[in-house]
Design a protein around this ligand. Structure first.
Ligand SMILES: [Zn+2]
Length: 483
């Protein structure tokens, strides 16, 4: 009976749209089971092994049932769960029109700071909701997925206090997971590992808008591309491998470094290490690598991922953890909020139904992304005037101009009209033959190129009408750039 009463109070609180009048009301109404727990909810500044981490995550999900959801995206080689904790005011369901974002830590098992920071971030978010206006806004408008350890097997064999070296870096079969993803620039022949497969499946199911991959061993925010086309001079010089969204990636990286306690200074970790101006670097300019996760997220899934190197020492003593948390807390939160910059909206048909997997691209930025099953899309962009190109099989392509301002994201809904409908409307006087001139909708410029939706390879969609003749835009972009 008591539980039923609490449940009704909770429902009422939700119906009221979270319009609580005092701070004190929030935990009682929003966490109906809060009163059933007597022990304090804390997270110590110490390293949590797999069992301890799992226990903390379970305890959090039990205690904050309306703010968190715990799920496993798969298992490591040794059978450890790859836990993901969602923190959001809508943890169990995607909030239509609101972005999903993620952090992945500990892909290198001996880079341990990020893993612990993720547990502290979870604790901070759930305990700040309802009392901190900014966190409340963030969790009301964003679904945050946190994978504290992508390589739990590697962590278990790592040693606290070891600042360098490779023990624990790899998964249990000796593979470097950040060299294990499909690569756009070069063929990656490394056998795909269970941890990598789990992440690939995860990101194929959820359209993540923004992502951070947490590492250690340096202090810098590194952004795509990590890899670069084959070059005669590659082994002698480090040159940037510039992506079409370079301005956005630099901004995202600067958002992290500027809000960090010391990263922006760009000081080298040791005299033999490089200094990074403003605490950011293009990945390939630092050193090129094949099979990295951030290029994969960006090129394959349209997700803006950067790599965050958070500590010169890969596995510093636990006594240093309060310092790392203090340095990174604001950065970790401000970075995620960047998902609310740029343009977002829906692609719908003439009857108002969402169009799933429509291909969307910002003109002159040759990386396409696709709509969700609700027809949603997002793109992080800096202030300016842009054109959005949208196409979907069976519909007349559209090009729509829009403006992005600094203060809030631009909402842009695009209606696509079916080719059949157009034919009917015009009494069959115009056969659709791939030319769209004279139609009432802005037609696409045929010199532009789209990346096929199904993957990176060219000519994947051989029967897509007018698009069958369009080659892989990404290839063209790279070819144009590098010759
Ligand atoms: Zn690393």
């Amino acid at each position: 009976m008591y539980r039923i009463l609490l449940f009704l109070i909770f429902i009422y609180g939700n119906i009221r749209g979270m319009q609580f009048h005092t701070k004190e009301d929030v935990p009682r109404l929003y966490h109906p089971r809060f009163l059933m727990y007597e022990e304090p909810y804390n997270i110590e500044f110490k390293y949590h092994n797999y069992e301890q981490m799992s226990r903390f995550l379970r305890a959090t999900s039990l205690r904050f049932q309306n703010l968190t959801a715990l799920y496993s995206i798969g298992k490591s080689v040794k059978g450890r769960d790859l836990w993901v904790m969602v923190v959001s005011s809508s943890p169990y369901e995607h909030m239509i029109g609101k972005p999903d974002v993620k952090y992945i830590a500990n892909i290198h098992g001996n880079e341990a700071v990020g893993r612990e920071l993720m547990l502290h971030l979870i604790h901070f978010l759930v305990t700040s909701y309802g009392s901190d206006a900014y966190i409340t806004w963030l969790l009301d408008n964003t679904r945050i997925h946190i994978l504290p350890s992508m390589n739990p097997d590697g962590f278990e064999v790592s040693k606290e206090g070891r600042c360098d070296g490779g023990q624990g870096r790899y998964n249990a079969r000796g593979f470097d997971l950040n060299r294990n993803f499909p690569d756009y620039f070069k063929q990656n022949n490394k056998k795909s590992q269970p941890e990598t497969e789990a992440v690939k499946e995860w990101v194929s199911k959820i359209q993540f808008v923004l992502s951070g991959s947490l590492h250690g061993g340096a202090l810098v925010a590194s952004y795509p591309f990590d890899n670069t086309p084959n070059s005669l001079f590659q082994s002698f010089t480090s040159t940037p491998s510039v992506s079409p969204d370079d301005d956005v990636f630099q901004h995202l990286s600067l958002t992290y470094s500027r809000n960090h306690g010391s990263m922006y200074q760009g000081l080298p970790c040791s005299p033999s290490q490089p200094a990074f101006k403003r605490g950011i670097t293009n990945g390939a300019e630092w050193y090129p690598l094949t099979g990295g996760m951030q290029d994969f997220n960006y090129v394959w899934n349209g997700c803006m991922e950067i790599t965050l190197e958070l500590s010169c020492c890969k596995y510093p003593p636990a006594a240093d953890l309060p310092h790392y948390w203090a340095e990174n807390r604001a950065s970790l939160i401000k970075f995620l909020a960047e998902a609310h910059r740029g343009v977002h909206g829906f692609v719908i048909d003439e009857n108002g139904n969402p169009i799933e997997r429509a291909s969307v691209k910002v003109k002159s930025r040759d990386v396409s992304f696709s709509t969700t099953k609700y027809g949603e899309f997002w793109r992080i962009l800096l202030p300016g005037v842009y054109k959005l190109e949208v196409f979907s099989n069976g519909y007349v392509p559209r090009e729509v101009e829009f403006v992005v301002i600094e203060q809030h994201p631009t909402l842009l809904n695009v209606t696509l009209y079916s080719i059949k409908r157009q034919y009917d409307d015009e009494n069959g006087s115009v056969l659709y033959n791939g030319n769209i001139g004279g139609r009432p909708y802005p037609h696409r410029d045929h010199t532009l190129h789209y990346r096929p939706q199904s993957g990176i390879n060219t000519a994947a969609d051989a029967n897509n009408g007018i698009f069958s003749s369009i080659s892989n835009g990404f290839n063209n972009f790279v070819t144009n750039l590098f010759g």
